[in-house]
Design a protein around this ligand. Structure first.
Ligand code: SF4
Ligand code: FES
Length: 285
């Protein structure tokens, strides 16, 4: 057997005992929050989510957590791990945390449903408030455009980074302003508001301003930067919020933006053969 195969084998059979302290809150059973402690034989390469799943499967089946994709895409496994909001499925226990003890709590700044499961309603409601979709004055173009809207690659770059948000809620948990003001619209929604407002296909800047331009809106951000540090997708909400302040100021001082027009289809374009058509719409408009 080669040396490479031997070390591969060794890496995946060696374990290290790590103590996990998990926040417990079961409103129906025991309304008093407390911590339970578990010793987990962590295998090299395990994430915090792997360890929590091990606990549920082998040590205490009543431990509750939220997770789905296990690959940093769905955003559902965000929790506070050793004092910081992180995705449990993207946090390596041995090589990243480098600690004999791991303390897991629900995300701060949210109500708790049970154990480390937060109620993300504030995140979702604030996100919905900013109308995170393309708005147009011409409702026909908004609802059923008859073609594509012009956008250059440079215009796409203006907002692309901010569109990588997976709604994990870590930024709100890290934000000191959200902790002090429950009405603060928060870094996630502000970022999405900016993302759509600078999308050249969008024409909803003034509508979104009603939600953004007040004492619990964009101006309440102190630029602590904690949201950007916490964000697992590199969205950098703090940067988006400062750009948004600049954009609002520029438009108040007269900057005008013409939304993108529908691109006219060139006359000589022919549909390639054997490309199936989209199925008929099932919802009548
Ligand atoms: S901006 Fe980042 S931290 Fe905030 S919800 Fe989106 S992905 Fe999560
Ligand atoms: S389980 Fe989907 S992001 Fe962690």
């Amino acid at each position: 057997m080669s040396g490479t195969t031997d070390s591969y084998k060794t890496n995946f059979t060696e374990t290290k005992d790590i103590v996990f302290k998990i926040f417990r809150y079961e409103p129906d059973v025991n309304p008093k929050p407390h911590f339970d402690t578990f010793t987990v034989p962590v295998v090299k390469g395990w994430t915090v989510l792997d360890a929590v799943m091990y606990i549920k499967e082998n040590l205490d089946s009543t431990v509750s957590y939220r997770a789905s994709c296990r690959m940093g895409i769905c955003g559902s496994c965000a929790m506070e791990i050793n004092g910081k909001p992180r995705l449990a499925c993207q946090t390596q226990v041995i090589s990243e945390l480098r600690s004999k003890e791991v303390v897991i709590k629900p995300l701060a700044n949210y109500p708790v449903l049970r154990d480390v499961v937060p109620d993300l309603t504030p995140l979702i409601e604030k996100h919905a408030d900013v109308r995170p979709y393309i708005l147009r004055k011409d409702k026909k173009v908004e609802v059923n455009p008859k073609g594509e809207l012009y956008q250059t690659p440079d215009q796409l770059e203006e907002y692309l980074q901010f569109s990588y948000c997976i709604k994990c809620g870590a930024c709100l948990a890290a934000c000191p302003v959200t902790g002090a003001d429950v009405k603060f619209i928060g870094p996630q929604a502000l970022t999405q508001s900016y993302r759509y407002s600078v999308d050249t296909r969008d024409d909803g800047f003034k509508l979104r301003l009603e939600v953004m331009d007040h004492s619990h809106g964009v101006w309440h951000c102190h630029f602590a930067g904690a949201c950007s540090e916490a964000c697992p997708k590199g969205v950098d909400p703090a940067f988006a919020i400062q750009l948004f302040k600049r954009e609002i100021t520029a438009r108040k001082f007269g900057k005008e933006v013409e939304p993108a027009r529908l691109a006219r289809q060139p006359a000589d374009v022919k549909r390639r053969e054997n490309i199936p058509y989209a199925p008929e719409k099932t919802v009548k408009q």
